[in-house]
Each structure stands twice: as structure tokens, then as C-alpha cells.
Write a protein that binds this ligand. Structure first.
Ligand SMILES: [Fe+2]
Length: 196
């Protein structure tokens, strides 16, 4: 059938085929086998652990943006910039963790409602909080992630998943430890103008 006869019969080849629906081809929680010389048990354990640290990292990332917008006081500009820098760094971690879940054959969590269900970082109020409270909230979230990431890194090492171990130690643990240093120095009570 020629193109002119298509238009003659009312078939529009240029029309986007939208509103298409089909079943998921890999359900959340199901693994697919990849040829990466890793047992399904080891890959599944890493995927489950990484989805937990992903949910908590997305929550911490978003907590940084909330504080970036809502902070106040004489250190506004400094904290506004620092919170955004840490947001960007956490965002890089989110992508690295999520992509590792997919490369292991798992399915990554992604959407806000699913993250809210999974995270163990306490939900903050919607309103604005004072700087020391903001910093304390962030430090608590960092410590939750550091504790779980170190434990998950040990599990990955024991199961032979060196790639996940490396991601957790080199990126998640080291990155969070450095951000904790930068943050925690803001709540050390030293004189600003006159020495004690
Ligand atoms: Fe901004």
C-alpha cells in the first residue's frame, strides 16, 4: 500500500502512538540474572541493602534542599551554599546507588511515595526550624546512613560483591563522613568575636 493510499484510507502514520499500556516486565523485588559472576543470593542481598540506603540517601538529599531553602540567621548565606553543595553530592550518590541496583539485576526504588514508605530517616515538619535543629536533623540522618552502609559493606564483602562493597565504602561512607565534618563544626560552641 502506498503512502498516498494510507492517507486516502485515513491511516495517519505521523500520529504518535500514545496512551500505551502493558504489564511491568520486571516487578519490584524480582531479580534478573546478569552474567557478572555473582550468585543470585549475593546480588539479591546487595539489591535489598542498596534499596534501603537509596531510600535514606534520597531522603537526606531532599532534607538538604529543604534546609537550603528554609534556613535563616547570620550564617544564612554560608549555610544556604553549603546545604546546596551537599545536596548535589548526595544526588550523585543517589544515581550511583540506583544504577548499581539495576546493574546487579534488581529494580530500584524511585518515586517519592515509595521512598517515604521505605526510609528510616525521621520525617521533619513542613515548617522552618532553627539552624541548630536543622544541623542536628542532618547529622542524625548521616549517622543512620553511615551505620547501615558500614554494615552493608561488610555483608557485600563477605558475599563476594566487591563492587557494592567499594561503592558503599569509597562513596557512601567516605562522602557522608566528610559532610558530617563540615556540618558538625557549625554546632561547636566557640566564641565568634571575643575569646573566653
Ligand atoms: Fe537554590
Amino acid at each position: 500500500m502506498s503512502k498516498s493510499s494510507h492517507s486516502a484510507t485515513g491511516v495517519d502514520q505521523a500520529r504518535p502512538i500514545d496512551q500505551q499500556k502493558a504489564h511491568e516486565f520486571q516487578a519490584y523485588g524480582h531479580m534478573t540474572r546478569r552474567p557478572i559472576a555473582l550468585s543470585e543470593t549475593a546480588a539479591r542481598q546487595s539489591v535489598d541493602n542498596l534499596n534501603q540506603v537509596l531510600a535514606d540517601t534520597i531522603t537526606l538529599r531532599d532534607l538538604y534542599k529543604k534546609h537550603h531553602w528554609q534556613t535563616a540567621g547570620p550564617t544564612f548565606h554560608q549555610l544556604h551554599l553549603l546545604f546546596d553543595k551537599h545536596f548535589e553530592e548526595q544526588n550523585e550518590l543517589v544515581d550511583a546507588i540506583a544504577e548499581r541496583i539495576q546493574m546487579l539485576g534488581g529494580v530500584t526504588l524511585a518515586m517519592a511515595a515509595d521512598i517515604a514508605e521505605a526510609t528510616i530517616v525521621p520525617r521533619p515538619p513542613k515548617g522552618r526550624e532553627e539552624v541548630p535543629v536543622q544541623v542536628s536533623r542532618l547529622l542524625h540522618a548521616h549517622e543512620i546512613i553511615l551505620e547501615e552502609a558500614r554494615s552493608m559493606a561488610r555483608q557485600a564483602s563477605q558475599s563476594g560483591d566487591d563492587g557494592t562493597n567499594d561503592l558503599l565504602v569509597s562513596d557512601v561512607v567516605r562522602g557522608n563522613e566528610k559532610q558530617v565534618w563540615f556540618l558538625s563544626e557549625h554546632v561547636v560552641d566557640v566564641p565568634l568575636v571575643k575569646a573566653d
